[in-house]
Ligand binder design. Structure first.
Ligand code: NOJ
Length: 467
């Protein structure tokens, strides 16, 4: 599949696998379900799919608590299904990216349960420090057998690995190679800015007025529990593994790094991540000045050759058609036009292309174990009308939202958000020129990409693309 730097202008489609398509009626989306919808993704025009974790898991955090890094989670399919996915996707020119979870394992992973690795592979302390997890709960839990506390930057069922241990680094070199050998085109890397911690496990300072919103919410600045400079050694090491392949494999980071000047370091000298995700955009207000300044700040911070990646929804946060657009399709089209005409790569979350909104879920049906459940953005994909939405024939693991908004109806309507997204994806392939800002009146954002001029009119919720 041609261009080794395909990701530079790519549309990457994020699949929340459990909620994409269920092939066997157990109510949980699965790998054969993805295969059954590849023709749709090919019609839409995406370059790659990024699958949330498909490796064996205890499912306290739906795949982000891995019990076996080289086995497929049985509820999602088999290794044969996965090999078929790679082959079927490749035959349609679609690359497959997986989610790598290096910061922590499941509490049930053999590394955590075996006396031989338990102590040295994980982070332990006799007295916990003041660190708070990303889910705003204490980051330490007491282990009776060890008589000591283990660190978990997320849930207690997700103990953090000790990335100062060279054996852990070597394990992951092999895990990366295992999937690359199978034909996986790259990884989205979970929590990669967190993997290394202060060796002395010093307390974090409290967050103060003026600190970033993410730190204020947590009450402390994670200066010792994340963002350690040595993380870049590990990223270079992974890049070296990825570069052994032809074409070199893609590394895209889930990089919650508040300052653009710090985030840009994740590109290294072109020898770390190709696509560190820029989350600031998701937190911007929806208006011309706010979004323009957020996007331009990032574009101006990038070094020559660094490729930005734009995204506005994912499985952890409210979907942008709800968060930004109040379900107004004109605003959703505006947001999609922005995401797909800015230079660089774009990640669409499943459902973005039809303007799918968050779903209000009855408390008894919530399935996320995080203190603030993230299920509202994770509900199953509505393929057609009806309470099962063509997603499953059984009882869906999470209830579907509004199936009036669905893929089948929108495919049939040339004026739908879906068909607009498809046209924008096709346009993106033609946009090769650099971003050139243009003067604009109030609440408009105008720019040029080569011969194409884009006018995003936030006042009138309208888009005009010329050229
Ligand atoms: C970030 C993932 O996106 C999220 O879903 C997960 O809970 C945490 N990392 C922990 O792996």
């Amino acid at each position: 599949m041609g261009d080794p730097e395909w990701w530079q202008n790519a549309v990457i489609y994020q699949l929340y696998v459990r909620s994409f398509a269920d092939s066997d009626g157990d109510g949980v989306g699965d790998i054969p379900g993805i295969v059954s919808r590849l023709d749709y993704l090919s019609w839409l025009g995406v370059d790659a799919i990024w699958c949330t974790p498909v490796t064996a898991s205890s499912n306290h955090d739906h795949g982000y608590d891995v019990t076996h890094y080289r086995a497929i989670e049985p509820s999602l399919g088999t290794m044969e299904d996965f090999d078929r996915l790679i082959a079927e996707a490749e035959s349609r020119g679609i690359r497959v990216l997986l989610d790598l979870v290096p910061n922590h394992t499941s509490i049930d992973h053999p590394w955590f349960t075996s006396p031989g690795t338990r102590r040295s592979y994980y982070v332990w302390a006799d007295r916990p420090n003041n660190w708070v997890s990303s889910l705003h709960i204490p980051a330490w839990s007491y282990d009776e057998a060890e008589g000591s506390y283990y660190l978990h930057s997320y849930l207690p069922q997700q103990p953090d690995l000790n990335w100062w241990n060279d054996d852990v680094r070597a394990e992951f070199d092999d895990i990366l190679a295992f999937w690359f050998d199978k034909g996986v085109a790259g990884f989205r890397i979970d929590a990669c800015y967190v993997i290394l911690k202060d060796r002395q496990l010093r307390d974090n300072p409290v967050a103060r007025k003026g600190d970033h919103m993410w730190d204020l919410n947590r009450g402390q600045r994670p200066v010792h529990s994340a963002h350690q400079p040595e993380v870049h050694d590990v990223l270079r090491r992974w890049r070296a593994v990825a570069d052994r392949y032809d074409p070199p494999r893609l590394l895209m980071g889930a990089t919650w790094v508040p300052e653009p000047a710090d985030l840009v370091a994740y590109y290294g000298k072109g020898d770390e991540l190709q696509l560190p995700q820029y989350f600031q955009l998701l937190f911007s207000d929806f208006g011309a000045d706010a979004l323009r300044s957020c996007a331009e700040t990032w574009l101006e911070t990038l070094g020559p050759g660094d490729t930005p990646v734009w995204l506005a929804s994912n499985h952890d946060l409210s979907r942008f058609p709800t968060r930004w657009c109040d379900g107004d399709d004109r605003k959703t089209r505006l947001a999609l036009a922005m995401l797909l005409t800015l230079p660089g790569a774009c990640v669409l979350f499943q459902g973005d292309e039809i303007g799918m909104e968050d779903t209000v879920i009855p408390v008894a049906r919530l399935r996320d174990s995080a203190p603030w459940p993230r299920d509202a953005s994770r509900t199953p994909m509505p393929w057609q009308r009806g309470h099962l939405g063509g997603f499953t024939t059984g009882e869906p693991w999470l209830p579907l939202g509004d199936t009036e908004r669905n893929v089948a109806d929108q495919m049939a309507d040339p004026d739908s958000v879906l068909n607009e997204t498809r046209r924008l994806i096709a346009l993106k392939k033609r946009l090769t020129g650099p971003y050139r800002p243009l003067p604009a009146e109030d609440d408009h954002w105008r720019y040029r990409r080569g011969a194409v001029a884009v006018d995003l009119d936030f006042a009138g919720s309208a888009v005009c693309i010329d050229g």
